[in-house]
Design a protein around this ligand. Structure first.
Ligand SMILES: [Zn+2]
Length: 378
């Protein structure tokens, strides 16, 4: 027997979570199965099933076919019972997604619009994009858990304040200004954390991972035991400002020189193709010489960063962001270059992966904040 004392309410909540998670995992089960598998008493199971049904989290209209006897009621997981919305704000787009309790994207809206928080019309567009997915996913007000807003900035503890936002002009903005037209619970979330979390939420076998976000700016997130490690001041994983060019490096938007951001932001590649990442990789495929040279230089820096990150964390490394989304067909070359640096003989192909989620990763990750909050407090 342990010496820890657990309160009655805590046990009740725990039992409810155990039962709900079991149904969520199995999809559809009978009451008897829950009693046997979870080793809980029939009254406990009955009370909790009643509660979950009242909340609309399970459905009891189906039957499970029994061999012999009468068919038992099926207790079925309702994955769209609650939803959260995630919004990602970038230089040229507002992307919003509705995410259900399984983390699936139920609806998505992506609008091309230039970032400008000073313009009321832009702020209204954020609100309209949210309303659009809310309507499309048919979410009633009471079933909307919240709206996570992913921004290219560092965020305060409570998700209310931008503490550093130089990549885009986010500096000194507060949540209520950005979300002026979002009339639902909301909070700000650092975009690299949101994107990294999206990857690991749906792929729990990562456990420990580092997500490198290679977009218009470079960021990252550290995932330890399936949770984001933010560090002491919410800057954990900010690899974009690691100093990698010791002398004569390019000026970074942060005001310093030689940051990792200056050599691995998407612009290093898309500067050649008028901002289009698609066009860059098309030219690269066609054997264009300049594209080839730019990619080669890019990979030199990227593979050094991957190697250093692996040395630090010894976990999975995920290539994300706009560039990561295209990394798939170059993984053999990337792995070979990383392996050349590795003294331990472990192979990059065993720990280096490209991201699974492309444009919507940060938006979906921001929504998952509210899904998790709900699941933890059910
Ligand atoms: Zn910098």
């Amino acid at each position: 027997m342990g010496t820890e004392k657990i309160g009655v309410n805590e046990i009740k909540t725990k039992n409810r979570q155990i039962i709900y998670n079991y149904i969520r995992k199995q999809g559809s089960v009978s009451k008897q199965e829950i009693v046997v598998e979870m080793q809980l008493s029939l009254p406990t199971v009955t009370t909790n099933l009643d509660f979950l049904k009242k909340q609309g989290l399970i459905d009891t209209s189906g039957k499970i076919k029994n061999t012999g006897g009468r068919n038992a009621t099926a207790f079925t997981y309702v994955k769209n019972a609650r939803m959260a919305i995630g919004v990602d704000i970038t230089a040229n787009h507002i992307t919003a997604v509705a995410v259900n309790l399984s983390g699936d994207i139920v609806s998505m809206e992506r609008r091309r619009i230039d970032f400008d928080l000073e313009d009321d019309a832009y702020l209204r567009e954020i609100g309209k994009t949210v309303e659009c997915v809310k309507k499309d996913a048919d979410i009633a007000d009471e079933n909307l858990l919240g709206v996570g807003i992913s921004v290219q900035s560092l965020i305060s503890d409570d998700g209310d304040e931008i503490t550093y936002g130089m990549a885009l002009n986010f500096a000194k903005k507060r949540r209520e200004e950005i979300a002026a037209y979002v009339p639902y619970r909301n909070r700000l979330i650092h975009d690299s954390y949101a994107a990294g979390y999206r990857e690991t939420w749906t792929n729990r076998e990562f456990q420990n991972a580092f997500y490198i976000s290679l977009s218009n700016s470079v960021g990252g997130s550290v995932i330890i035991d399936d949770a984001i490690y933010e560090g002491n001041t919410h800057k954990g994983g900010e690899v974009g400002h690691m100093a990698v060019v010791p002398e004569g490096g390019e000026l970074c938007y942060c005001g310093r020189r030689g940051c990792f951001d200056t050599v691995c932001r998407a612009g290093r590649l898309t500067g050649y193709t008028d901002g289009s990442i698609e066009a860059f990789f098309r030219l690269l495929e066609e054997g264009d010489e300049t594209a080839g040279r730019l990619w080669d230089e890019y990979l030199d820096h990227l593979t050094m960063a991957i190697h250093n990150i692996r040395m630090l964390f010894d976990g999975m490394v995920i290539l994300g962001g706009y560039v990561g989304a295209y990394a798939g067909r170059y993984m053999d070359d990337i792995c070979r270059r990383v392996d050349e640096r590795n003294p331990f003989g472990d192979r990059a192909k065993d720990y280096l992966v490209e991201c699974r989620y492309k444009v919507e990763a940060s938006a979906a990750g921001a929504a998952l904040f509210y899904i998790d909050e709900f699941l933890e407090n059910i």
